[in-house]
Design a protein around this ligand. Structure first.
Ligand SMILES: N[C@@H](CCC(=O)N[C@@H](CS)C(=O)NCC(=O)O)C(=O)O
Length: 209
């Protein structure tokens, strides 16, 4: 399986982390964003969004990090990363959608405004967008923190791709000063996930999470 990727991307890390937990080998093709390789005609033919990740497995070309996670986890059902029973599986999907719809975008705005813009000389951070994202992080962080009370993992009693999905959204939380440090249940759950060897092995060098 071939993965078109850039190691700095939280969306890519979801896929690499899932593969690492499952012990699946991926042939990685890194795209250089500064040279616009993710917008080349060849790459746009695979992923018309011009974004990473894209997985190619035989004649399957799959985009969307969370869909790729489900696909990889389905290859090893015994891992429990995507539970076999319908209710738990639906819960996992629900938290992946929750992340995509509500949480990841708030954290992503902070990453863009506070990390990417200064890194690539893309102008001043937009304070209004930062304030909106901070308030969104607090609102949805409270939802996750309440859900995690008394729990080790987001769904059931073991690690699933729901945990891997949301942990990746938080991978730059420290560097971007996302307001999640005051949520004790998120903090202890996040340190559990970030203790995994697979987490450490998929960390871009400067990510301290
Ligand atoms: N919903 C997509 C989002 C993919 C995405 O936006 N990736 C970013 C990197 S984190 C990207 O490639 N951005 C480049 C661009 O959109 O031009 C997923 O989950 O895979």
């Amino acid at each position: 399986m071939k993965l078109y990727m850039n190691p700095l991307s939280p969306n890519v890390r979801r896929v690499r982390l899932t593969a690492a937990v499952l012990g699946l080998e991926l042939e990685e093709k890194q795209l250089d964003f500064t040279r616009g390789e993710h917008k080349s005609p060849e790459y746009l033919a695979l992923n018309p969004n011009g974004a990473v990740p894209t997985l190619v497995d035989g004649d399957l070309v799959l985009t969307e990090s969370r869909a790729i996670m489900q696909y990889l986890a389905s290859k090893k059902p015994e891992s429990g990363l995507l539970p076999r029973d319908e209710k738990s599986r639906a819960e996992v999907t629900r938290w992946q959608f929750w992340d995509a719809s509500h949480f990841a975008s708030q954290l992503g705005t902070l990453v863009f405004e506070r990390m990417i813009k200064p890194m690539f000389g893309m102008g001043e951070p937009d304070q209004r967008k930062i304030e909106d994202a901070i308030s969104g992080c607090r609102r949805f962080g409270a939802v996750l923190d309440t859900h995690l009370a008394g729990k080790q993992y987001i769904v059931g009693s073991s690690l699933t791709i729901a945990d891997l999905t949301i942990a990746c959204s938080l991978m730059y939380a420290k560097q971007t000063e996302a307001p999640v440090g005051d949520f004790p249940n998120i903090q202890s759950w996040f340190s559990r996930v970030s203790d995994l060897d697979a987490w450490k092995n998929t960390s871009p060098q400067f990510a301290t999470a």
